[in-house]
Design a protein around this ligand. Structure first.
Ligand SMILES: Nc1ncnc2c1ncn2[C@@H]1O[C@H](COP(=O)(O)OP(=O)(O)OP(=O)(O)O)[C@@H](O)[C@H]1O
Ligand SMILES: [Mg+2]
Length: 248
C-alpha cells in the first residue's frame, strides 16, 4: 500500500526565466498530477506564455523541472517532447497549403510509418469535424477548426502532459466550448493538461486546480471547487485595492 501521495507528473521548483537580461519569471513553483487539468490564469504580460516556454525548453531557465520522475531542467524542447511533454504555443499556425492529414503527419516527425499512421488517426478522432476534411488544405478550415488542428498536431505525440496556450483565442463561444471539450476528453483518457486561458469562468469550470500568475510570480494556487475563488482571483490579479471587475 502506498503511504504517500503519488509523485507529481510535472514538478517545477524555483524556476526563473526571461529574455536576455530581462527577467520575467521569479522562482515559480508548480506541480501537475497525472491526468489533471490545471488552469494557468493571469493578466496580459504576467508571464504565462513565458512560463510554458521555459517548461518546454524553448527558453533558457534556472531552477528544477522534473517530468515523470526524470530531470528535464537542462534538456531542450525535443527531449521534452520525446518524454511526453507537448506544448501548443500561443497563436500556433498550421501549414495552410498542406492538407489536414499532412499537417498532423508532419507533427509526428520521427515516428515510424505504421505507428505514425495510427497516431494520426488517433489524433484526428478527437475532432470529427476536421477528420472529415482530412484531404482538404488547412486554409479551407475555419479559425476554430485550425485551432483543433493545432491541438491534433500536439496529440499525435500521445503526450502525458499537453500545454495549451490560449487555444480559444479569437474563437466564437461555441467553438471555444468545442476546443475546451477536447481537454476534458483528454483528461478522461489520462492525459494531463496545462491550460492558459483568458476566459476565466470557462477555465475554472473545466480545470481541477488553478494557478494565478501576476508580474512573474505565482500569486494564488487553489482547487477550483474552493469557496470564494473568483474574489480571491481578483485580489490575486489586482492586489488588495482591486476595483476593476474580472474579464470573463
Ligand atoms: N520575445 C520577447 N522578448 C522580450 N520580452 C518579451 C518577449 N516575449 C514576452 N516578453 C515580455 O515578457 C513579459 C511576459 O510576457 P508573456 O508573453 O509571457 O505574458 P502572457 O502572460 O503570456 O501575456 P498574454 O496574456 O498577453 O499572452 C511581458 O512583459 C512581455 O513584454
Ligand atoms: Mg501569452
Amino acid at each position: 500500500m502506498p503511504t504517500s501521495a503519488p509523485e507529481a507528473l510535472l514538478k517545477v521548483s524555483g524556476l526563473s526565466a526571461g529574455y536576455g537580461k530581462i527577467g520575467v519569471l521569479n522562482g515559480i513553483d508548480l506541480t501537475i498530477g497525472a491526468g489533471e487539468i490545471v488552469a494557468l490564469l493571469g493578466p496580459n504580460g504576467a508571464g504565462k506564455s513565458t512560463l510554458l516556454k521555459a517548461i518546454s525548453g524553448l527558453l533558457p531557465r534556472t531552477g528544477t523541472i522534473t517530468f515523470g520522475g526524470q530531470d528535464i531542467s537542462k534538456t531542450g524542447p525535443r527531449e521534452a517532447v520525446n518524454a511526453g511533454l507537448v506544448h501548443v504555443v500561443e497563436g500556433h499556425r498550421v501549414f495552410t497549403q498542406l492538407s489536414v492529414y499532412d499537417n498532423v503527419m508532419l507533427a509526428g516527425y520521427g515516428l515510424k510509418g505504421a505507428v505514425l499512421g495510427e497516431r494520426v488517426e488517433e489524433a484526428l478522432a478527437f475532432f470529427p469535424e476536421i477528420a472529415a476534411k482530412r484531404n482538404d488544405r488547412a486554409v479551407t478550415l475555419s479559425g476554430g477548426q485550425q485551432q483543433m488542428l493545432a491541438v491534433a498536431q500536439g496529440l499525435v505525440r500521445r503526450p502525458r502532459l499537453l500545454m495549451l496556450d490560449e487555444p480559444s483565442a479569437g474563437l466564437s463561444p461555441v467553438l471555444v466550448d468545442r476546443v475546451l471539450a477536447a481537454a476534458a476528453q483528454l483528461r478522461d483518457a489520462g492525459t494531463a493538461v496545462l491550460l492558459v486561458e483568458q476566459l476565466i469562468e470557462k477555465a475554472l469550470k473545466l480545470a481541477d486546480r488553478v494557478y494565478a500568475l501576476a508580474r512573474g510570480s505565482i500569486v494564488l494556487e487553489a482547487r477550483t471547487n474552493e469557496d470564494d475563488l473568483p474574489n480571491r482571483l481578483e485580489h490575486a490579479y489586482f492586489g488588495q485595492d482591486a476595483s476593476a471587475p474580472l474579464a470573463s
